[in-house]
Write a protein that binds this ligand. Structure first.
Ligand SMILES: [Zn+2]
Length: 197
């Protein structure tokens, strides 16, 4: 194959969920079979790269200043569900069980992997709480050591006058998170959330 093909395949292979065979198949499909669609894909990638960024309030994907959820006045902005990553938010939205808003940390605290509070989207969450916008904070972080450490750190940041803090119950094996739960499990996990502090 050509150097350009090898380069394309190498980059495809680095995407989540794609191995050597699937990246090879996609590269061949794009370059050999569908030249018109290849141009459309390049344009979609360029448009997304130029226009999609983090919502200034919650960290979700947005094209304007605020994401569609933060901008939706029908959502209850006083209830904030804290998740690790955008796909967790997507899973909760798909469950249809939640009408509050979110805050995406883009990770969880991990001293072993060198992830400190400054590496996460934490400051803006503390600012939301300080502004008195938040009545309840629902922690929907993974059920492992790092998730637990992140929950503990967060609650330590609030004084006695801080918001009510709850954590969703999973009924899932240790280490599993929101992303891998089905809609029914997520709905009951939200309804069965317990006071965390
Ligand atoms: Zn937002």
């Amino acid at each position: 194959m050509t150097p350009a093909f090898e380069k394309l395949q190498k980059h495809l292979k680095q995407l989540p969920g794609l191995g050597y065979r699937s990246s090879e198949r996609i590269a061949l499909h794009l370059l050999v079979e569908k030249p018109a669609k290849l141009r459309q894909l390049v344009e979609a990638l360029e448009e997304a790269a130029a226009n999609v960024h983090r919502c200034v309030r919650c960290g979700n994907l947005a094209e304007g200043e605020l994401c569609a959820i933060c901008a939706d006045e029908k959502r209850d902005a006083s209830i904030v569900c804290v998740v690790e990553h955008v796909p967790d938010l997507v899973a909760l939205e798909r469950s249809g069980a939640y009408r509050g808003v979110y805050h995406v940390l883009h990770g969880k605290l991990s001293p072993i992997q060198g992830v400190s509070p400054d590496d996460l989207n934490l400051r803006s969450l503390l600012q939301r709480v300080e502004r008195g916008e938040v009545k309840e904070l629902i922690l929907a972080l993974s059920n492992d050591v790092e998730g637990e450490a992140t929950c503990h750190y967060l609650t330590q940041q609030f004084g006695a006058s801080g918001p009510k803090v709850t954590r969703i119950g999973f009924g899932l094996p240790s280490g599993a998170g929101v992303l891998y739960a089905d809609s029914v499990t997520l709905k009951s996990a939200l309804e069965g959330r317990r006071e965390y502090r």
